[in-house]
Design a protein around this ligand. Sequence first.
Ligand SMILES: NC(=O)c1ccc[n+]([C@@H]2O[C@H](COP(=O)([O-])OP(=O)(O)OC[C@H]3O[C@@H](n4cnc5c(N)ncnc54)[C@H](OP(=O)(O)O)[C@@H]3O)[C@@H](O)[C@H]2O)c1
Length: 240
Amino acid sequence: MVNHLAGKTVVITGASQGLGKQLALQLSAFDTSLALIARTESELSKVRTEISQNGGTAEYFVCDITEFSQVQTTFANIVKEFGIIDILVNGAGIWTTDEFEKRDPMLVEKAFLVNSIGPIYCTKQVLPIMKNKNSGHILNVISKSGLDVPENKDWPTYTATKWAVTGYTKAIQESLRDTKIKVSAFYPAGFESNIFETAGETDAHDQPWMMRTADVANAIVSMLNTPDDLVIKGIEMSNI
Ligand SMILES: NC(=O)c1ccc[n+]([C@@H]2O[C@H](COP(=O)([O-])OP(=O)(O)OC[C@H]3O[C@@H](n4cnc5c(N)ncnc54)[C@H](OP(=O)(O)O)[C@@H]3O)[C@@H](O)[C@H]2O)c1
């Protein structure tokens, strides 16, 4: 496989576990410099160690993406550490359903903050950098729920948070149309991770409908590993 990613600095939010961690591990084999963002330092540290032991380059940055001032400081620190940001993967997210919101109504706000507003805050930090060099790639990990209305109607808030990112992604694709900055949307169906367990779901693992996280991360690598003059604007991924 041709490596178009060598030497690039990639920021991944949600890199402490799940898809973001898997993506970081896979991208580290492409001679990238990785900036890993999440809130849990102990997990981020483990990911960095694993990458370093495999000969890769990574640094972690503890940051709550729902706090604008933390996001500003974090991205400034990433630029201080690596000099540039070439790629941003907005991967952090949380799961919510009507049932959970009955018990905790503030989950509605939290879900929008993490799933919709956080990615916008992060994108706003990299856009000036990318515009300045007229190159770069922003990839938003959305969800199939950000593309269709799911058959099961138990998660309208989650769906709305993801549709918000779909809207934002399409809008910036349009506004960056005359630049060399790539913007991609990734719409996976369910895959194995801790997201459902963290939210409090039972049956949160090993479900037949769950895709393997490594396969999902691999699809993102393919979306990122394109020549400078090509962009994959959107991919929907699910089990057959
Ligand atoms: N799993 C699925 O079936 C599925 C399907 C479609 C789309 N997705 C989307 O895929 C993305 C990754 O999900 P996943 O399944 O890999 O979830 P996961 O294993 O629960 O990982 C979520 C990541 O987001 C981080 N995060 C959560 N809140 C944060 C905050 N306020 N600030 C910074 N980081 C935060 C978590 O780290 P800390 O807790 O350490 O902060 C963690 O690294 C999400 O956007 C999710 O909506 C998932």
